[in-house]
Ligand binder design. Sequence first.
Ligand code: AMP
Length: 477
Amino acid sequence: MTFSELGLSERVLKAVEGAGYVQPTPIQAQAIPHVMQKRDVLGIAQTGTGKTAAFTLPMLSLLESGRARARMPRTLILEPTRELAAQVEDSFAKYGVNHKLSVALLIGGVSFGDQDAKITRGVDVLIATPGRLLDHFERGKLLLTGIEVLVIDEADRMLDMGFIPDIERICKLVPFTRQTLFFSATMPPEITRLTEAFLHNPVRVEVSRPASTAQTITQSLVASGGKDYEKREVLRGLIKNAEGLKNAIIFCNRKKEVGVLHRSLLKYGFEAVALHGDMDQRARLAALDSFKNGEAKLLVASDVAARGLDIPDVSHVFNYDTPHHAEDYVHRIGRTGRAGRQGSSVTIVTPIDDKSLAAIEKLIGQKIEWTGEPVEDAPRRSREDRGDRRHGGRHEAGRKPSGRDRRDSGEARKEPADHHRRAAGRPQQAAPAPRPPRYAEEHEPRRSHDHDASDARVVGMGDHVPSFLLRPVRRSG
Ligand code: AMP
């Protein structure tokens, strides 16, 4: 199959050639002819499959006839995040080099004034996040009655982010006769309901989910205790000792963790930027730019912020948190080892991650190798079948971490010891995990001046027994 067989216009074909694409991807080959015939399309595909071009290329071809009117955009593309919206805008610029179409981006963090001025002049393509679009609509500056094509991209992520009521509202504001192109990586019941309500006799196009990981990626696991400061220490060791590290994306499960880890890395002198949903638009784009152009070697990100971003040539992926959803693992490590290049991924695994790890290994159909020295005295013995694959760890230098260590400043004080250990050639030391107190230890009297011991879990009231408990109990009757 070639692009010229898909019914695209000459100008679009020229741009595709200019982009260096030789063959349409499966989603493009299956969807484009239907879009060109003005059919509604339900595309079950995720980023990385070429789905952006699957809707952008035919839209550009269809937009060649007709022109935009003031305040009445001709087409509308809804994206869940600002970055994805900006990425789609880039695609229009890339594939639309031979067109003179007006494209506007309505995303949070950009001034209403500039966006209003553009809409007032008339736009062919409006790319928006749902909330910002409705803000503009409510201000009366935007009319949605001229929409010929509506694209709802990454619908399942819209669901995750709570945008479905906004989407339903927008679907009711655009003309009933518009063409709808709807993309989602998965089809949970809420999404199926949405497609049944708003798509007219759609063509269903599905491309397989990448349940397997590329052969060019070396995957490994490293054990850590479950405390944040322990994980941060393990991560720093991984970064310092990673072979051939050019740049890396570090994934966290929660956006709060992204901020904390980012600040910690900066404190330790790493060139890092962060990407999470609470950052303003300018900061997010600046972070992404500095990572893309190599100024920052490390990008700390959450799944939601990073998914779908097209960042070529990443040498390493570190999973600071083992992902809770196995599919996120595939997405995350798919950021490296692209286009036949070699890549490495290392996942930090704590004792509570057993289930998540089992689900990942089941999905990808392979066991992932552990690295680092297995250490006796595991924080929690895992299932027997793990055998010596399993980790554990006594806290380094045989002491429990004090409260001070847990603060970033405390971590900084531990750095020299860390350095020596690495220099001694034990780079990926299994995690420093504090030993859980055994029954006998728990009942040992605590020494009031021992700061380390002050971290031990206190059971009941510790060694103090209030006198009322020692009084004999008189039984009535
Ligand atoms: P997407 O899934 O839309 O995010 O696209 C993923 C990447 O694939 C982007 O970097 C596109 O530039 C690239 N791409 C899209 N279509 C093709 C194609 N037919 N051949 C080669 N690369 C493509």
